[in-house]
Design a protein around this ligand. Structure first.
Ligand SMILES: CC1=C(CCC(=O)O)c2cc3nc(cc4[nH]c(cc5[nH]c(cc1n2)c(C)c5CCC(=O)O)c(CCC(=O)O)c4C)C(CCC(=O)O)=C3C
Ligand SMILES: [Fe+2]
Length: 378
């Protein structure tokens, strides 16, 4: 429990949950997929395949309702801590779009917006592209005469509020399987070059795969301590999408399940540590596709829960908002983290998670100059 009396979000006057977005019905699927893949070189047959995955769920992604549930839980937690800033919602790829959400915020009189994303790790797709979305929105609004500024909480993959519910979920999944089952940690694959460019460079890169490995190690260690013996684990990937000629992070979860079965491993507890809720990658790529592989080869399979609206996660996100606000006031708040990497900076270094193909302005970095505050508000 946090010391509620010290909680403050000053100087921020509003909070934004920033997410990916997803289709709400069959007519939305193709326009949504075009938004996601605009200029990204995803083959047409892959798009048709992904459209079929959405069709299995009547063209409706679960992600928007999961974000509505998270917003409700965050609202309750903010209210309980006396934090009465309005809580907004904006997406990259579907309504409510982030630019529209920030325009409404401006028109309601808000000028300093504190942002938290539904993505826990560093990479172009999971961090910098959200910073570009914010910069694009802020610059569009500035051109309309609507000046406002944004700040973002740090990547929170190693925050206890994210790691602890993941550890409990892993333990629960393992409990459904025969002794000797492995923990199989899964995240979204990305191109090898995106992984290599993730993070600030030097020893801290590649950040994306190494941050996942760090979380996996902490979770496996916690599970092992609970059970009184070490549990074997691996980090694998799902949802690859680029052309076959382009290397993406491997192994794929399906191939890995086959390898485990061939090696005589008696079960797999699949732990989607790369995702914060049960969106399509989880309910299709894991619960449908990977489970089919497991059934086909007779490998006992259990899927661990994502953090969703777990109380510890929601509390942790509000702790992160409070931490970021304290930094903006010039304070040095406690910045809890688990594992070996320590807390990630709240303001990204120049070039962090750069997209090697194109350079666009990104907010919440050391080289971001706010159109609102001369000299750059951080
Ligand atoms: C790292 C990462 C996350 C996790 C971080 C985060 O959460 O942001 C994530 C999340 C998500 N990705 C999602 C959907 C899609 N991602 C695609 C394509 C891509 N994802 C990539 C990476 C990631 N993606 C990449 C490198 C591509 C290739 C194109 C490109 O370089 O940008 C495509 C195009 C078709 C395809 O090729 O699959 C779709 C439809 C949804 C919504 C699901 C729902 O509706 O429930 C969510 C939450
Ligand atoms: Fe994706």
């Amino acid at each position: 429990m946090s010391a509620a009396t010290n909680d403050s979000l000053d100087p921020y006057d509003s909070v934004l949950l920033l997410s990916f977005g997803g289709p709400e019905g069959p007519d939305d699927v193709l326009p949504f997929l075009r938004n996601v893949t605009a200029g990204r070189g995803i083959p047409d047959d892959r798009l048709a395949e992904v459209a079929e995955h959405y069709a299995l769920f009547d063209g409706r992604s679960p992600i928007n309702d999961q974000n509505r549930a998270l917003l409700a839980a965050l609202r309750t937690e903010l209210d309980g801590r006396g934090l009465d800033q309005p809580l907004l919602w904006g997406n990259r790829n579907w309504a409510p779009y982030v630019t529209d959400a920030l325009r409404e915020a401006h028109d309601a009189g808000h000028r300093r917006v504190l942002v938290v994303t539904t993505s826990a790790y560093s990479s172009y797709s999971s961090c910098r592209q959200y910073r570009e979305d914010l910069a694009g929105a802020v610059l569009t609004l500035a051109a309309e005469g609507r000046g406002l500024d944004v700040a973002k909480v740090r990547p929170y993959f190693n925050h206890p509020g994210f790691v602890e519910p993941n550890a409990e979920a892993a333990l629960q999944a393992l409990a459904q399987l025969p002794a000797g089952a492995h923990l199989v940690f899964v995240t979204h694959s990305v191109p090898d070059v995106m992984d290599e460019a993730s993070g600030p460079g030097g020893d801290l890169s590649p950040a994306y795969s190494e941050q996942h490995r760090d979380v996996a190690a902490v979770v496996a260690d916690a599970v092992g301590r609970e059970l009184g013996h070490a549990v074997p684990w691996e980090l694998v990937y799902c949802s690859r999408s680029g052309p076959p000629s382009q290397p993406w992070l491997e192994p794929d979860v399906g191939d890995h399940l086959r390898a485990l079965q061939a090696a005589g491993v008696p079960g797999a507890a699949v732990c989607p540590i790369g995702f914060v809720s049960d969106h399509l990658e989880v309910v299709y790529d894991l619960d449908t596709e990977a489970r089919e592989v497991a059934d086909e080869i007779g490998l006992p399979f259990a899927r661990a829960a994502t953090v969703g609206t777990d109380r510890r996660f929601v509390t942790g996100l509000v702790d992160l908002l409070v931490e970021r606000a304290a930094q903006a006031r010039g304070g040095e708040p406690e910045r809890p983290s688990l594992g070996s990497r320590g807390p990630t900076p709240s303001t990204c270094p120049v070039g962090c998670c750069q997209n090697l193909r194109a350079s666009r302005p990104a907010a919440c970095g050391e080289d971001w100059t706010s159109p609102l505050v001369a000299g750059g508000a951080r």
